[in-house]
Design a protein around this ligand. Structure first.
Ligand code: CCH
Length: 285
């Protein structure tokens, strides 16, 4: 029979590299989406799968991939992520030995690396769980809120101020969609390239309330084409957060390093790994 489909198949780094390469290939092939890449929505899938973690109860996190099921798939925060899950389905079919929970996190890593972000050492070993492991609604952040809310939500996962700001830099990628969150627009001028531009714009640009019928969001005074969420602006309104925003705006290398460390931690929250070994998978050139 097919060795790779059998229960005793133990994947190596090389096998995970093949999955990485397939995701990277599909990112290039399916370029007729949004700003030309599914990468940003894959990063959001990995983050929403992981960001449900609660350190007090040990529930939630990327182990389980419970967003496959209602009610979690229907949580307001997860609107639009079916596109990311469907994008990855052919990869799951091609490599049936990988769990959805490993696949979704690996896809987030692949997207960040392929969109020129930092290397993200990644560790396999997540197991899929059933609908009973779905998390309650309300564990992911609400963009209409302030710094107190950011600290409550990310504090529940076990992050400190510095890590909260570093992770928020993922808004360098992608955009908001009126039919998903209600918000609209990209954060910077290169939504398919991972950079520290989100921080530079937060510090250097002037932001005003957008005049429209949608939810309260900010627009840049210079071009009126960019956007910031209320939670994004909270990162410069809060003195402690702002220190890190300024560090990252000034030094892309420092941002890349601290983002990578925090993202590794995010993807591993609550996962009962049996191995210590992390793989740094090769970026395609
Ligand atoms: Fe985010 N994010 N995010 N975000 N996010 C949205 C889109 C992306 C918040 C709200 C929103 C992180 C933190 C926060 C991405 C990665 C991360 C949207 C628009 C909202 C709203 C959704 C839509 O309409 O499509 C809030 C609030 C917080 C924290 O307080 C963190 C942490 C990460 C990853 C490390 C990415 C990427 C996107 C773009 C998705 C796309 O489809 O382009």
């Amino acid at each position: 029979g097919d060795a790779k489909a059998s229960a005793t198949f133990v994947p190596t780094q090389d096998d995970y590299q093949k999955v990485y390469n397939e995701i990277a290939r599909l990112l290039v092939e399916k370029d007729d989406y949004d700003d030309g890449s599914y990468g940003p929505v894959l990063v959001r899938l990995a983050w929403h799968a992981s960001g449900t973690y609660d350190k007090e109860t040990g529930t939630g996190g990327s182990n389980g991939a419970t967003m496959r099921f209602a009610p979690e798939s229907d949580h307001g925060a997860n609107a639009g992520l079916k596109l990311a899950r469907d994008f990855l389905e052919p990869v799951k079919q091609k490599f049936p030995w990988i769990t959805y929970s490993d696949l979704w996190t690996l896809a987030g890593v692949t997207a960040i690396q392929e969109l020129q972000g930092p290397a993200i050492p990644w560790r396999p070993g997540r197991q899929d769980r059933d609908v009973a492991a779905c998390t309650p609604d309300g564990r992911l952040p609400d963009a209409s809120k302030d710094q107190k809310h950011i600290r409550a939500i990310f504090g529940r996962m076990g992050f400190d101020d510095r890590e909260m700001v570093a992770l928020s830099g993922a808004h360098s990628l992608g955009r908001a969609h009126t039919d998903r969150s209600g918000y609209d627009g990209p954060w910077d001028f290169s939504p398919t390239v991972f950079t520290n531009e989100f921080f530079r714009l937060l510090v250097e640009e002037k932001w005003a309330w957008k005049k429209w019928n949608g939810p309260d969001q900010f627009t840049d005074k210079t071009t009126k084409t960019l956007m910031m969420l209320p939670t994004d602006l909270a990162l410069v309104k809060d003195k402690e957060f702002k220190k890190h925003v300024e560090r990252y705006a000034k030094d892309s290398e420092v941002f890349f390093k601290e983002f990578s460390d925090a993202f590794v931690k995010l993807l591993e929250l609550g996962v009962p790994f049996t191995s210590e070994e992390r793989y740094t998978l090769k970026t395609s050139s």
